[in-house]
Structures are given as structure tokens and as C-alpha cells.
Ligand binder design. Structure first.
Ligand code: FES
Length: 159
């Protein structure tokens, strides 16, 4: 009698209906998750996050303090030592840390070279390896002159 009423009312078996509901719900959740993932990739494509490190512009000194062929030492916000050299054409800022094993390099004014005393490494005034075991040039930093003032751009310190 009950089955006849169900057939007349076109009601399906409740267990099959429940199964169908869960399958449809699972497919719906999967579809929404996929769409959300695609939307996040699309938003990242439209608005890419910059991977450039934030830098800070620091005053180094006056142009008159650094004549051609001279170098001065400077310590950045992280306490790292830099050399700023006047090549005669431009000012170049270089890390004093040798790329071989990290010893400190020194400016040899007469030879116009940076010298690493640990293993006799030499770098030119642009930081390129000239002689010795260093595997890579010295790290360079951006330099800017505004009027008579020299500035360098160093990595920002996280507070
Ligand atoms: S650490 Fe500078 S040459 Fe070895």
C-alpha cells in the first residue's frame, strides 16, 4: 500500500535520494574549490606580487670627500661593511665580503684593485674578479648622486 502511494506521488527511494544528494554535494564542493583555485591564479596573474626586496636610500657623504681613485668605507643598516669607490667616471658601491670564503677585502689605491688577503684574491674597481680563487664578483649596490651628495640603496631592515 505504501509503495503504491510512493509510486503515485513519484517519490524515489529515500536511501538512493540521499546517496545522490551526497554525490551531488561532493561534486559541487569540488567544482567550487576548483573555481576558487582558478580565480586565485587569475588574480595573481592580474596583480603579480613584486619579489623585489625593499631598499632604503642612505646618505654616504659629499662628492668632495671622495676624489677619483679613492674609496671610503660605509656600514649599512644591517652592520654590513661596504666600499664606495670613485672610478673617475662614476661612484660604485661594493660589499667588502669576499665571494670566496667571506674575508674582508681592502682597497689598494695605487693598483686600483680590491685585495683579499686570505687567499690573494683580487677584484677590479667594479668588483669583477681579476685574480685568485673568488668564484664571483663582489656584490654591488645602487649608487645615486644628487647634486654634491652621494647616496646608496641598501636592503631595508625589518623592524
Ligand atoms: S676568502 Fe678571499 S680569496 Fe679566499
Amino acid at each position: 500500500m505504501g509503495d503504491n502511494i510512493r509510486e503515485e506521488l513519484n517519490v524515489q527511494n529515500p536511501s538512493v535520494s540521499r546517496r545522490a544528494f551526497f554525490i551531488n554535494a561532493l561534486m559541487g564542493v569540488s567544482l567550487l574549490s576548483g573555481m576558487a583555485l582558478m580565480a586565485s591564479y587569475f588574480i595573481r596573474f592580474l596583480f603579480p606580487v613584486s619579489s623585489a626586496k625593499p631598499t632604503r636610500k642612505l646618505y654616504v657623504g659629499n662628492v668632495s670627500q671622495l676624489p677619483a681613485g679613492k674609496s671610503i668605507n660605509f656600514t649599512d643598516l644591517k652592520g654590513q661593511s661596504l666600499n664606495i669607490v670613485n672610478t673617475g667616471d662614476e661612484f660604485i658601491a661594493l660589499s667588502t665580503k669576499c665571494t670566496h670564503l667571506g674575508c674582508q677585502v681592502f682597497w689598494k689605491e695605487r693598483e686600483r684593485l680590491f685585495f683579499c688577503p686570505c687567499h690573494d684574491g683580487f677584484f677590479d674597481e667594479r668588483g669583477n674578479v681579476v685574480k685568485g680563487p673568488p668564484p664571483a664578483p663582489l656584490t654591488t649596490y645602487k649608487v645615486e648622486t644628487v647634486g654634491q651628495s652621494i647616496y646608496i640603496y641598501v636592503d631595508e631592515v625589518n623592524v
